[in-house]
Write a protein that binds this ligand. Structure first.
Ligand code: ATP
Ligand code: MG
Length: 370
């Protein structure tokens, strides 16, 4: 049921990013979690290749390393894995690490790129023993492709129909054992039968400040960027718990330091350069401020329905839900309630509004990925 909803539901995350990043006359958000400009090219250099270099997410790393060691001792491929969480937290990175640690090759595709059963069949028959097949945006696989995946995942066996009507033929084929690594920002949109066929599910969460500081320090070392602890920490805390954003803000702070400040990212240099990008002390930008101010000012703190809120921001609802809200929820600035979105006391105080006692007093995170 969830899977069906997903297919005709909100647009894919990249589509959503585009909607948010390319509004006429607007600059891309410096703190957008999706890829931008030269991110991809730079990311390959910064992407950790081994599990020991993957910062943070201790539980994921521990469970994954046990599962990989056990598979290696048994001489089998790792059981299929699904990794989910918001953009920029390391899903693709982990998929590559899994292949690397298992000494396997990785083949990469994505849900929307595989259209027909024969497409997935040709990918699967091309796999060598123990290869990793990485399917990004796995919640967007269509039904026909998913159905081929079921027996492929369970028994390493393919069965699909070629042709139509009287000329239709059934094809059955054995394939090499492999590991499927699926990634998604929307776990609940993966259909139940597909979900059931994964051996492990790993959820990546926003990184804490200490882990973000390590990410920034590591990237600064790799890029040969000079800066003191205060400057690099400032970049870390403004990066919304997201390594991709940290790497981008670090590059922008480096540029600013080069032009204006003796090529060193100190505390004041980091603050000045990120202020100029419109990224405040907690990593919020003008769009976040607008969203929170709207709830507080126009809707009296909420609750306000998603559609109404999106309309007041001239954004579409999926952009609000998938791009704007998750970090604000996680930080405790807003809450999702059955009657709509509510600004918390923290939001009032952070933005300098007198607390009315109308919104929520809680600062705990809501359900991020439902
Ligand atoms: N745990 C980590 N330690 C160090 N760097 C990381 C970590 N996770 C991610 N990164 C950095 O952040 C970048 C973005 O990560 P990645 O592309 O894996 O995110 P993603 O979850 O796949 O995002 P998307 O949902 O947009 O596909 C990586 O290139 C890497 O440099
Ligand atoms: Mg990715």
């Amino acid at each position: 049921m969830a899977g069906t909803a997903g297919r005709c539901g909100p647009r894919a995350k990249r589509g959503v990013m585009m909607a948010s990043d390319t509004r006429p006359g607007s600059q891309p958000r410096a703190i957008s979690p999706g890829t931008q400009g030269d991110d991809d090219q730079q990311d390959t250099r910064l992407r950790p290749a081994r599990l020991q270099d993957f910062v943070g997410q201790p539980q994921v790393k521990e469970n994954l390393s046990i599962a990989m060691a056990a598979a290696q001792l048994r001489g089998e491929p790792l059981d299929h894995v699904v990794i989910y969480g918001p953009p920029g937290l390391g899903k693709t990175t982990l998929a590559n690490i899994i292949a690397h640690e298992m000494g396997a090759a990785i083949k990469v595709t994505s849900g929307p790129a595989v259209e027909r059963a024969s497409d997935i069949a040709s990918i699967l028959t091309g796999l060598q023993p123990n290869d990793v097949l990485f399917i990004d945006e796995i919640h967007r696989l269509n039904r026909a492709v998913e159905e081929v995946m079921y027996s492929a995942m369970e028994d390493f066996f393919l069965s699909w129909v070629v042709g139509k009507g009287l000329s239709a033929r059934n094809i059955n084929l054995r394939i090499n054992p492999f590991t499927l690594v699926g990634a998604t920002t929307r776990y609940s949109l993966i259909s139940a039968p597909l979900r059931d066929r994964f051996g492990s599910v790993f959820r990546l969460d926003y990184y804490n400040d200490a882990d973000m500081a390590t990410v920034v320090q590591r990237s600064a070392n790799i890029m040969g960027i000079k800066g003191d602890a205060e400057g690099l920490d400032e970049v870390a805390v403004r990066s919304r718990g997201t390594p991709r954003i940290a790497n981008r803000l670090l590059r922008r702070a480096r540029d600013y330091a080069l032009v204006k400040a003796d090529n060193r990212i100190t505390g004041p240099v980091a603050r000045e350069s990120l202020d100029r990008l419109g990224v405040d002390a907690k990593g919020l930008d003008e769009t976040d401020h607008r969203l929170l101010n709207n709830i507080i000012d126009k809707f009296n703190g909420g609750p306000v329905g998603l559609d109404t809120l999106a309309a007041s921001l001239s954004e579409d609802t999926s952009t609000v839900m998938e791009v704007l809200e998750p970090f604000l929820l996680q930080q405790g600035f807003i809450e999702r309630t059955p009657r709509g979105r509510v600004a918390t006391r923290l939001a009032y105080e952070y933005l300098g509004w007198p607390w009315q006692g109308t919104g929520s007093d809680a600062t705990q995170q809501g359900n991020l990925f439902g």
